[in-house]
Design a protein around this ligand. Structure first.
Ligand SMILES: Nc1ncnc2c1ncn2[C@@H]1O[C@H](COP(=O)(O)OP(=O)(O)OP(=O)(O)O)[C@@H](O)[C@H]1O
Length: 687
């Protein structure tokens, strides 16, 4: 049923009252911020010790930042009026916004969207009103409250996706980086956002169904609902590349969360064992693919543990007039016992050392009838015979040393990989010309992952409380394992679309990825309502789906507007210049997306026509730049108002999973997609 009051006039007394409430809330937020800033100024001097001062200072600085009032993001976006039967909230009325705002008496003026009571804003429906009588959504223009939209749920009114404000939000021209969707989160999205911290979830969603948005809002929700638990362990957001991370960087701070770490999978891994050492080597594609293969995990594990050798001689430790002694059998028992405990390798070495010294200690106690002190224990632990014995049975090793050995020693590799890799695969993996030393090695991208796997075998990494992984369809099994190592005690939100998998090792089935992430019980949920790509554009992209060999539910676009133009042209560069020039007359961001190899020529052609362009890899792009020239391999996750896709046939033939790449490229447009082609379109796109 349509609601009765959708478009209040400017003189509407209700509207005036809401505008007054906004002004009051803004003033209150200013006061809260000033108070926090005052505390911040004095905090460093009142805390007793240095550490206390530092953590208090950081907490307060975070609070000051979180309380910032962004002129473009309204302080509240909705209101709930509860009915008389709403239990604890009977007859209450609450404004819902991006953060709590209280007046000077501590009375709430705005409730944080993450508070339990705010859940009804997203979930209440006419059939299940959750105690809500009226749900009100506000419309804003340039920070000013200009309209509202009511749904009298108690009278069976419900707008759903027919809400004019939701439509306006979805259809607004895009400019700049991604924004939060907190005002218009849909019920099926909210269910994912508010899943508990103990739940690992995997979201399979077609392009533009809000996966990234859901992941970021879930991070913000978890930090609110489980702040204490996550204070130490933190939340990590993993994205495919820096351009993508820059695109999403503003969302969490706008939601008041300024301390979430965001990293690409490559950075996360390279920062581990290599400690920032530059990646300077390259692998042929088949070698790289093999290094991403999960069988390598077992090969490395076997190679490492083959370093543990049975003791060949007894341990004899001269100590003043005494000689302490452990027989070969004693040592063998002790090493076997630690092996059975299966600790990380270096912890195992420490355990062997500790138990050897404890055994010697017992001998000394019996002989001397008194217990030797700590300095004796330390001296013996470091003594030459003990160290030599340890080095013989359980040698020290770094990740670099292990991988160096595996890739350069055919005997070791053959032994570790005997039933796992055939001889041809072993030859593919090994260095054709091994480097002279570990130091002289030029590690490749794929090596960083092996180094990370090795580091995980040697020592345990600290675990994040929660990891959000976007574009997870491209994770290789070994990359998934690297994330699993960083989330042993935490949960994950895995977001992706199997149809957009472009990596050689892209997943065909989420269950496999989840197994490598060691979260096999995670629930897999679909998102199928598209908020970005107009229906006509989606229909074109969907023609590729049967060729992509994946089983995914198709998306249905909410957007009936939008425009698709497919244009054969005699020459690409002049056509691109003409199309961009025409597009500049209309509001919104513009992207020219082309095969990577064609990008330079198109940039030059645009520059020659005096059109300035932005490079998505630029760490500080001109915020006023409206035209971005995007290599197809960087387009994933991004969106632009008007996309000009150049020569689909070249994009499709540029790589093994080129049709998947093309599917990504064709699904970046918010309002208009223009396809320019000089060659015939790939077969699935032809009429
Ligand atoms: N509930 C919503 N209300 C308004 N806008 C939404 C909503 N959900 C998603 N959007 C918008 O739709 C667009 C696509 O969202 P998002 O980038 O999260 O999709 P995605 O599924 O991650 O896409 P891709 O598969 O291409 O990476 C964004 O502009 C986002 O703000």
């Amino acid at each position: 049923m349509p609601p009765d009051a959708l478009a209040p006039t400017a003189t509407d007394p209700d509207l005036a009252q809401e505008q007054a409430h906004l002004a009051t809330a803004r003033a209150a937020l200013r006061r809260m911020r000033e108070r926090a800033a005052e505390l911040f100024a004095t905090g460093e001097t009142v805390a007793g010790d240095g550490y206390g001062a530092e953590s208090l200072g950081a907490a307060l600085a975070g609070r000051v930042a979180a309380l910032a009032d962004h002129p473009d993001t309204p302080l509240f976006f909705g209101r709930l009026d509860f009915g008389g039967d709403a239990g604890d909230h009977a007859d209450e009325s609450h404004h819902i916004g991006r953060r709590h705002v209280t007046d000077e008496h501590g009375e709430p003026l705005v409730l944080d969207w993450r508070a339990p009571v705010a859940r009804a804003f997203y979930r209440a429906s006419a059939s299940d009103p959750l105690g809500v009588r009226v749900r009100r959504r506000f419309g804003f223009a340039a920070g000013a409250l200009t309209s509202f939209e009511d749904e009298h749920l108690d009278r069976g009114e419900e707008l759903g996706t027919g809400s004019a404000l939701l439509t306006a939000e979805i259809e607004r021209p895009r400019v700049g980086p991604m924004r939060d969707i907190v005002a218009t989160i849909q019920p099926e999205q909210d269910e994912l956002v508010r899943a508990g911290l103990d739940q690992s979830i995997c979201v399979q969603g077609a392009p533009g169904t809000g996966k990234t948005a859901v992941g970021l809002h879930r991070a913000a929700y978890l930090l609110y609902a489980y702040r204490e638990q996550l204070r130490k362990t933190g939340v990590l957001v993993v994205g495919p590349n820096q351009a993508f991370l820059r695109y999403i960087a503003a969302v969490l701070p706008a939601l008041g969360e300024v301390e979430v770490r965001q990293a690409t999978i490559d950075d996360l891994i390279a920062r581990g064992p290599l400690r920032g050492t530059e990646v300077r080597g390259t692998d042929p594609p088949e070698t790289a693919a093999l290094k991403h293969d999960p069988r390598l995990a077992e090969v490395l594990s076997r190679a490492l543990w083959s370093r543990v050798r049975p003791p060949a001689e007894p341990l004899v430790v001269p100590d003043g007039g005494n000689r302490w002694r452990l027989s070969i059998d004693d040592l063998t028992d002790l090493v076997d016992q630690v092996r059975r405990e299966a600790p990380p390798y270096l912890l195992g070495r420490e355990r062997v050392q500790a138990r050897v010294v404890a055994a010697l200690h017992r001998q000394a106690e019996v002989r001397r009838a008194e217990s030797p002190g700590d300095s004796w224990t330390r001296r013996l632990a470091r003594s030459r015979p003990v160290t030599q014995c340890l080095d013989a049975v359980w040698p020290k090793l770094t990740p670099e040393q292990l991988i160096f050995l595996v890739l350069s020693d055919p005997g070791l590799l053959a032994e570790a990989a005997t039933d796992l890799l055939d001889p041809a695969e072993q030859a593919t993996l090994r260095w054709a010309r091994p480097p002279r030393s570990v130091k002289a090695t030029r590690w490749s991208d794929a090596d960083t992952m092996l180094l990370d796997e090795a580091a995980g075998l040697l020592e345990r990494l600290p675990s994040f409380g929660h990891i959000v992984v976007d574009e997870a369809q491209d994770l290789s099994p070994m990359q998934a394992r690297a994330l699993a190592r960083r989330c042993r005690h935490g949960s994950v939100t895995i977001l992706g679309d199997l149809a957009q998998g472009t990596a050689p090792w892209a997943a065909a089935d989420w269950r496999e990825t989840l197994a490598h992430l060691t979260k096999p019980a995670a629930t897999i949920s679909p998102l199928t309502t598209g908020f970005r790509v107009p229906a006509t554009v989606l229909a074109l992209a969907n023609r590729l789906l049967p060729s992509l060999a994946v089983d995914v539910p198709p998306a249905e676009s909410l957007r009936r507007d939008g425009e698709l133009v497919i244009c054969p042209v005699p020459e690409l560069a002049p056509a691109v210049v003409a199309e961009v020039t025409a597009a500049l007359a209309v509001e919104g961001s513009i992207a020219v997306i082309a095969a990577d190899a064609a990008v330079d020529e198109l940039r030059s052609a645009l520059a020659a026509a005096n059109v300035s362009t932005v490079d998505p890899s630029d760490p500080a792009p001109d915020p006023a730049g409206r035209v971005t020239v995007v290599p197809a391999t960087l387009a994933k996750g991004l969106e632009y108002d008007h996309v000009i896709a150049v020569e689909p046939a070249t994009i499709a033939s540029a790589e093994a999973r080129g049709l998947h790449r093309l599917y990504v490229v064709l699904t970046r447009a918010v309002s208009r997609l223009t396809v320019l082609h000089a060659q015939p379109l790939p077969a699935p796109l032809r009429d």
